[in-house]
Design a protein around this ligand. Structure first.
Ligand code: G6P
Length: 365
C-alpha cells in the first residue's frame, strides 16, 4: 500500500505520532479478554528452558529490553546477541531452546542467516516481524506480527515500540505459563497496557520542551546517554536514533559503567541524557548522575514527577513524563528518545527520513 506523510513534514514525525493508535490496535490483536492469545502454532513456555534472542539495530535493542522482561517476569534465562556476531560464533544451542528473531523488514541478511543457523538445533524458531510475507516470517515455525503498519523513515520508531509490545506480551505469557504471575496480576498489567496510548499521547505533549533541549544539543559534538535496568537498552536506542539522523556522536552506557571510562569525557560541553523513572533503581542512577553534575556535566533528566521532585534540582533540564508501572517504562521512554533525535536533526537541518549512508533494510552482509 502506498503511504503518504498525511500532513506531517516527515515520515518520521508521522510514525512517531502514530504510535498510540498502532499500539492500541496491535494490543487488541493479541488479547482475548484478559488472556494473551498468539496467532498460529501454540507456544508453551513451561517446556522452554532457554530463549535466544537475535536481531540487528533497533530490533536488537528491543531484544535487549525483552531480556530484562523474560528474566524478571518469567524467570527464563535469555541469551541476546546481534545477528552478525551470533551467526559466526557457532553458539551451542541447548535442548529446549526457543530461538527468537526480531526484524521490522524480515529481510535483514544477518538475522536471516542467524535464523538458518538455528533451524535444526532449536526446539522452535519464532520471529517477531512487521512484514508478514518476509523471508524471516516464512522460515519461522511461528511468526508474530507487530502490526506497526508500513514504516518509511529509515530510523525505526513505531516498529520499535510495536516490537516491544509483542515481546512484553510474550514475556507476560511466559510468566503466567511458568506460574510466576497470577491471572489477576496479568489482568492488572493488561489494564495498564490498554491505558498506555493515552499516556503516550501525554508524552507527545512534551515535544516543545524536548525541542528546546534539542536546539542546544544540536550544538554538541558528543552526547552521552545513561540508564539502568530497562532504561539501559532505551539509552542505547536513544543514542542510536540521535547518531543516525543528526550525525552527532552519541554513546550510551549502563549508568553503573560511567566510572569505568565515560566519566573521563564529562565536561560542560558534553550533554548527558539520563533516563530514569522513579523506580527501584532510581537512587542508583541518581548517584551516577551526581557524579556527572560534580564534573560540570550538563544533564538532561528524563523522568516522572516523583523523580523530578527528588533529583531535578541541579540538572540543566528535566523532561517530565507520566508515571507508569515500571515494566511498561520502555514503551513510554521511547517517545522522548525519538523526539529528541527528531528535533535535534531538524535543528541541524539534516535529512530526517533518508539519513546518509543508511538503508531501511540491509539485505547484504
Ligand atoms: C537497518 C535500519 C534500522 C533497523 C535495522 C534492522 O539498520 O536502518 O532501522 O533497526 O536495519 O532492520 P530489521 O528490518 O531487521 O528490523
Amino acid at each position: 500500500a502506498r503511504v503518504d506523510k498525511a500532513g506531517y513534514k516527515h515520515f518520521m514525525a508521522k510514525e512517531i505520532a502514530e504510535q498510540p493508535t498502532v499500539l492500541a490496535d496491535a494490543l487488541r490483536g493479541y488479547l482475548d479478554g484478559d488472556t494473551i492469545s498468539l496467532p498460529g502454532e501454540p507456544l508453551d513456555f513451561t517446556k522452554i528452558e532457554r530463549l535466544t534472542l537475535v536481531a540487528c539495530g533497533t530490533a536488537f535493542y528491543a531484544c535487549l529490553t525483552a531480556k530484562y522482561w523474560f528474566e524478571q517476569l518469567a524467570g527464563l534465562p535469555v541469551e541476546v546477541d546481534v545477528a552478525s556476531e551470533f551467526r559466526y560464533r557457532e553458539p551451542p544451542i541447548t535442548a529446549h531452546t526457543v530461538a527468537l528473531f526480531v526484524s521490522q523488514s524480515g529481510e535483514t541478511a544477518d538475522t536471516l542467516a542467524a535464523l538458518r543457523y538455528c533451524k535444526d538445533k532449536a526446539d522452535k524458531i519464532v520471529s517477531v516481524v512487521n512484514v508478514a510475507e518476509s523471508s524471516i516470517a516464512r522460515e519461522s515455525d511461528l511468526a508474530l506480527p507487530i502490526h506497526a503498519g508500513v514504516e518509511v523513515g529509515v530510523a525505526s520508531t513505531k516498529a520499535f515500540t510495536c516490537q516491544l509490545n509483542v515481546l512484553l506480551l510474550l514475556a507476560l505469557k511466559a510468566a503466567v505459563d511458568r506460574g510466576r504471575m497470577t491471572p489477576e496480576a496479568l489482568a492488572e498489567t493488561l489494564a495498564s497496557l490498554r491505558a498506555l496510548p493515552g499516556v503516550l499521547n501525554a508524552a507527545m505533549d512534551r515535544s516543545d520542551d524536548i525541542n528546546q533541549a534539542a536546539r542546544q544539543i544540536a550544538e554538541a559534538r558528543d552526547v552521552l546517554f545513561l540508564g539502568r535496568g530497562l532504561m539501559y537498552p532505551l539509552a542505547l536506542e536513544g543514542a542510536l536514533k540521535l547518531k543516525e539522523i543528526s550525525y552527532i556522536h552519541a554513546e550510551a552506557y549502563a549508568s553503573g559503567e560511567l566510572k569505568h571510562g565515560p566519566i573521563a569525557l564529562i565536561d560542560k560541553s558534553v550533554p548527558v541524557v539520563v533516563m530514569a523513572p522513579r523506580d527501584a533503581l532510581f537512587d542508583k542512577t541518581v548517584s551516577n548522575m551526581q557524579e556527572v553534575l560534580a564534573r560540570g556535566g550538563k544533564v538532561l533528566l528524563i523522568t516522572d514527577a516523583a523523580g523530578a521532585a527528588e533529583a531535578g534540582q541541579d540538572v540543566w533540564k528535566t523532561i517530565i513524563l507520566p508515571e507508569v508501572p515500571s515494566i511498561l517504562s520502555p514503551l513510554l521512554y521511547a517517545i522522548p528518545a525519538q523526539l529528541l533525535a527528531y528535533h535535534t536533526a531538524i535543528a541541524k537541518g539534516t535529512d530526517v527520513d533518508q539519513p546518509r549512508n543508511l538503508a531501511k533494510s540491509v539485505t547484504v552482509e
